[in-house]
Design a protein around this ligand. Structure first.
Ligand code: ADP
Ligand code: ZN
Length: 526
């Protein structure tokens, strides 16, 4: 294929079509690689400018750039945005009727399309392959490439088929892009998409304008309201909740308190979801309360905060969700409220999840890494970047940098708690969840402690020096440190192999002093 490209063809397209005058970061090098017919694997954080990496080469090279994307709901928006700058873009997915698809197919064959967005499942159709054989393709762009990874948190089986692109059209350059990339996901993408030979571009994952904060969950609704009122009045933001019910409840609560909020979860009718999403994108100052079904591919530059009312299942998920804040580079907040109940609930979900042991282990490793981030006494950003294999130094702009958490020696309370668990098991063959254990330690009479005659236990009341809140913190941190485990549906507590060393006094337990539940200093006054 002969190219009519000059070295400046890409820069020319950038200015003429997109109205920008220079490339950012690795963009120029990535674009040159693809324009020259090479393959590229691009790991770049949200907001880093991935789209231009395939849009510019598609315009410089002859033929149509085919973009594989799982974001069917956003294809119309993407195509409209390109049409607005004069790029001939179309999409093919299951939402179209046959006539519409035929129109797009003829335009493709006539060479009248610059960029064609395609849902991955369409590659399963022989008719799609036959269509591609008859047209001219300038490149394949594989967006959200982490969807091919079973290790990751967003696996799409259809993505496994994408290795066929290379097998069937070996001469067409491919560029795979993602904003999620631990070393493990990175390697898996390269292997599954046969991109080992491609040039790999790994941008820094630091998002310096995002302030990361993780608070102890006390009254999440109140805490959220305080955050929005004191630091983000009138700002657009996203609030993530784990369940549909809590999405609805939280959205109602915000509206009742005069904050314009919309719900978004998979249980809402498609037209409601679409309407809420488009209002969020187009109007100012709306708060979207959503499950993680919301957000992938959402390009709203001025999201000022992302709040999590429940613990994300993985650091990758947390990074992606919080990454939706501050794409415009202005100061933004990533705030997470996390409590003992989150740990218990997520362990239970893992224990009762379908899937084999390896799958449960994977989920468990994801959760452990997330807990380590929550309980760290070091800079959140350093921890976060280290998770993605990137070194950095303390940022000065996260909660632990701003207010370094004190740590305290929690060995004795840990021994009290663990020995209570052991005694209950050994002397009475009983096991309980955190609530009952805390009552025993604090010597609090309840119908349940009376029923089980817990006041006759040797450890009854030996922990009256700590408040209930403090004890819950101890339990949570023991869980996070792997010194305590939960079993089954009711969050029953059990000791682990490592607990023995604590009980014998061979191992000390350092604990993070619970930050005050009151929210920390506002970013505006900081
Ligand atoms: P990503 O897909 O990596 O999340 P986008 O491709 O949506 O990021 O780009 C984020 C924003 O940055 C967009 O508004 C885009 O127009 C802008 N942008 C990207 N590259 C450049 C550039 N070279 N100059 C100016 N703005 C850019
Ligand atoms: Zn920091």
């Amino acid at each position: 294929m002969t190219q009519l490209t000059t070295p400046d063809a890409a820069l020319d397209v950038l200015g003429r079509v997109f109205g920008y005058d220079s490339f950012r970061g690795d963009q120029a090098e990535i674009i040159r690689t693809v324009v020259d017919g090479g393959d590229a694997l691009v790991l770049m954080p949200t907001g880093g400018g991935k789209s231009l990496c395939y849009q510019v080469p598609a315009l410089v090279r002859e033929g149509t750039g085919v973009v594989i994307s799982p974001l069917i709901a956003l294809m119309q928006d993407q195509v409209d945005a390109l049409a607005a700058v004069g790029v001939r873009a179309e999409f093919l997915n299951s939402t179209q009727d046959a006539d519409e698809r035929r129109r797009v197919e003829s335009a493709f064959l006539a060479g009248e399309i610059d960029l064609l967005y395609l849902a991955p499942e369409r590659l399963a159709l022989e008719s799609t392959a036959a269509l591609f054989d008859r047209g001219t393709i300038s490149l394949f762009a594989i967006d959200e490439a982490h969807c091919v990874s079973q290790w990751g948190h967003d696996f799409r089986p259809d993505y496994l088929r994408l290795s066929m692109l290379h097998e069937r059209w070996p001469e067409v350059p491919r560029i795979a892009l993602t904003a999620t990339a631990t070393g493990q996901t990175h390697a898996e993408i390269a292997r599954r998409l046969q991109l080992e030979e491609a040039r790999h571009f790994v941008a820094s994952f630091d998002r310096p304008n995002i302030q990361y904060r993780i608070a102890a969950k006390d009254q999440p609704g109140k805490q959220l309201l305080e955050l929005l009122r004191s630091e983000h009045p009138g700002d657009a933001g996203i609030v993530y909740c784990l369940s549909r019910a809590s999405v609805e409840k939280t959205a109602d609560m915000l509206v009742a308190n005069g904050i314009p909020a919309l719900p978004y979860h998979a249980g809402l009718p498609a037209h409601v979801r679409a309407a809420n999403q488009s209002r969020f994108l187009r109007e100012d100052g709306l708060v979207m309360v959503a499950t993680i079904a919301f957000g992938m591919g959402i390009d709203k530059p001025d999201v000022r905060f992302v709040a999590h009312l429940d613990l994300p299942k993985s650091v990758e998920g947390y990074y992606q969700e919080t990454g939706r804040a501050g794409r415009d580079g202005l100061p933004s907040t990533a705030w997470l409220a996390y409590g003992l109940q989150d740990v218990v609930q997520q362990r239970r979900m893992i224990d009762t999840s379908e899937g084999d042991l390896a799958h449960r282990r994977r989920l468990s490793a994801h959760l452990d890494a997330m807990l380590a981030l929550c309980e760290t006494v070091e800079c959140r950003r350093v921890q976060l970047l280290a998770y993605f294999g990137q070194d950095s130094s303390p940022c000065g702009n996260c909660d632990t940098c701003i207010t370094p958490p004190a740590s305290w020696d929690g060995t004795v309370p840990s021994q009290k708690l663990l020995s209570t668990v052991v005694r209950l098991k050994r002397e009475r063959d009983q096991a309980f969840g955190a609530g009952q254990l805390v009552d025993i330690l604090r010597g609090k009479q309840t119908p349940r402690t009376q029923q089980h005659e817990h006041e006759t236990l040797a450890t009854w009341g030996i922990g009256a020096d700590l408040s209930e809140q403090q004890w819950r913190g101890v339990v949570r941190q023991l869980l996070a440190q792997g010194l305590l485990a939960t079993r089954g549906e009711y969050g029953i507590l059990a000791i682990t192999e490592a607990s023995g060393d604590v009980l014998s006094g061979a191992r000390a337990v350092s604990m993070r002093t619970e930050p005050e539940v009151r929210l920390r200093g506002s970013r505006r006054s900081a």
